[in-house]
Each structure stands twice: as C-alpha cells, then as structure tokens.
Design a protein around this ligand. Structure first.
Ligand SMILES: *[C@@H]1O[C@H](CO)[C@@H](O)[C@H](O)[C@H]1NC(C)=O
Ligand SMILES: *[C@@H]1O[C@H](CO)[C@@H](O)[C@H](O)[C@H]1NC(C)=O
Ligand SMILES: *[C@@H]1O[C@H](CO)[C@@H](O)[C@H](O)[C@H]1NC(C)=O
Ligand SMILES: *[C@@H]1O[C@H](CO)[C@@H](O)[C@H](O)[C@H]1NC(C)=O
Length: 248
C-alpha cells in the first residue's frame, strides 16, 4: 500500500497541473447520443473535445463562428458523484457554464456560439472530437524519465485505450529503435491502470484483444507497461529499463 501511495505522489508531481496539449479540433456532422459520440471520437480520433482554458475556448469560438457550427456535444459530463469532468477524466476547472446551467438535472455538455450548456445525454446531436499527435521519442529512458520528457512537451506517455489509437500508434512507431515502447500503463494497487490526469487513475480498459497476457501479479520491478512492436500487444516490463517511448 505504501509503495502505491508513494508512486501516486511521484506520478502526480510528474504530471503537474497545467498540461497544455496541442490538439486539433474535429467537428463530426453526424447525430449521435453523447456516449456514442464519445465512442466514435475514441475510435477515430483521441476523445470528445475538452476545453481547458479561456485561450482554447477563445480560439475555438472563433472557428465556431467562422464555420457556423451548431450547438453540438463536447466532452463535458457529470460523473456518478455529480462532479463535472471532461471525457478522459480531468475535472473541469475552466468553465463557460453559467450557474443556471450547473443547476440542471441533465448531464452532458454542448457548446454553441452562446456558450456551454448541459443537455440530456440521450439526445442525438452532432459532436466535436479532438486529435493529438503521437510523437515517437528516439531516446532511451526509464519509464519515469520518459513520462517527465513527455510532460516537458506538454504531453503524457501515450494512452492506448482503443483499437484505433493502437493502430495509429503502430503506424507512427515504424522508426522506433527499440522493440518495446513505454506507454502510459502502470501497475498500482494490484491493478494495471492507465495514468490519467493529476492523481486520477483509470482502471484498465484494454483495447480489443490486447492486454490479455498482462500478469495479475507481476514481479516487483515489472510494474510498467510497454507496447511490443513485434507482438502488437501490451506487456509488463522493468520500469528501470531504458526504452524509446511515445508521447501524445
Ligand atoms: C488563441 O491561442 C493563443 C495561444 O494560446 C492565444 O495567444 C490567443 O489569445 C488565443 N485567441 C483567443 C481569441 O483567445
Ligand atoms: C476566420 O475567418 C477569417 C476570414 O475568413 C480568417 O482570416 C480567420 O483566420 C479565421 N479564423 C479562424 C480561427 O478560423
Ligand atoms: C432524457 O431523454 C430520455 C429519452 O428521451 C428520457 O427517457 C429521459 O427521461 C430524459 N432524462 C432527463 C433527465 O430528462
Ligand atoms: C537506444 O537503444 C537501442 C537498442 O539498444 C539502440 O539501437 C539505439 O541506438 C539507442 N538510442 C540512443 C539514442 O541511444
């Protein structure tokens, strides 16, 4: 237990507070429920759109007006404990929701030229995804140092929760110098977890067919996850080994 807590703190420090990730806005002109829109974004892009600062919102609003985009889903939603989060796990800090909107009983977020709104998640609306660029870093580093390096780029080690992202990652890994690449997977509190935002971990959701061979009780030092370029699968690996890695 102590080890897990310690690791959590180290990870929180490495991830920092204000991650700015360069992302491309993708508007999808197909009507879906919020959950189906999320699924689509995760399969074809990175995730439903999150908006983390007034700069991001300002730039988006400009292109929104420019492209005459209608009110459409963004990644905002009320979780089971009624906290407003972005799809992907980050707690909402910057907001354009008015207090009236926050009082509503419905749980999924949209953006229009007028601001952000909460709507019934079952409504079908067009939606907004974002896409981040996966960067292969051709340097050999330990898992912790690799995470630190990604952080300096305003990114994190790549998170491969969907089939789409694994395929895209394999495509951008052709020039890798090592047969295994660090990914954002850690063994903590007896579970393999994707490391999300500051202090927030998500239980494993392995992409179709992958991760099945991850050991339930890995050796004490094999507590980090890699993507094997030969087997196209995830494996547990010694965190102190030095490998190339992927940030996004
Ligand atoms: C767009 O983003 C840039 C860089 O983050 C920022 O300097 C600029 O003020 C933003 N534009 C608006 C309208 O907020
Ligand atoms: C909006 O449109 C104008 C004129 O067509 C263009 O100059 C500007 O770059 C566009 N801004 C954005 C954020 O798309
Ligand atoms: C949301 O819409 C569905 C389907 O129209 C409806 O059954 C449900 O009661 C609505 N939920 C809320 C909270 O309004
Ligand atoms: C990283 O390790 C691989 C395999 O050991 C090696 O071929 C490569 O040259 C190393 N890269 C750097 C930048 O040292």
């Amino acid at each position: 237990m102590w080890t897990s807590l310690f690791l959590l703190l180290v990870l929180s420090d490495l991830l920092g507070e204000a991650l700015y990730t360069e992302k491309e806005h993708v508007y999808v002109n197909v009507r879906k429920t919020w959950l189906d829109a999320q699924k689509y974004c995760r399969e074809h892009h990175t995730d439903l759109l999150s908006i983390n600062s007034k700069y991001e919102d300002g730039n988006l609003s400009l292109s929104w007006t420019n492209k005459s985009l209608p009110e459409s889903w963004i990644g905002l939603h009320l979780d089971d404990s009624d906290s407003l989060r972005w799809s992907g796990g980050k707690i909402m800090s910057y907001t354009q929701l008015t207090n009236d909107e926050k009082m509503k009983a419905v749980k999924c977020g949209t953006k229009s030229t007028q601001g952000w709104h909460l709507k019934n998640c079952s409504i079908k609306a067009t939606f907004n995804c974002f896409q981040t660029k996966v960067v292969l870093v051709k340097e050999n580093k330990t898992w912790e140092k690799a995470m630190e390096h990604c952080h300096q780029l305003g990114k994190t080690l790549v998170n491969l929760q969907t089939e789409g992202s694994v395929v895209k990652t394999l495509q951008s890994s052709r020039e890798a110098q090592t047969n295994h690449l660090w990914i954002n997977l850690r063994y903590l509190s007896n579970n393999w977890l994707w490391v999300m935002q500051r202090g927030h971990l998500e239980r494993k959701i392995f992409a179709a067919g992958r991760g099945k061979t991850m050991p339930q009780c890995p050796a004490w030092n094999d507590h980090c996850g890699v993507l094997s370029l030969e087997e196209h699968d995830f494996k547990s690996w010694d965190c102190a080994k030095k490998l190339n890695f992927l940030c996004n």
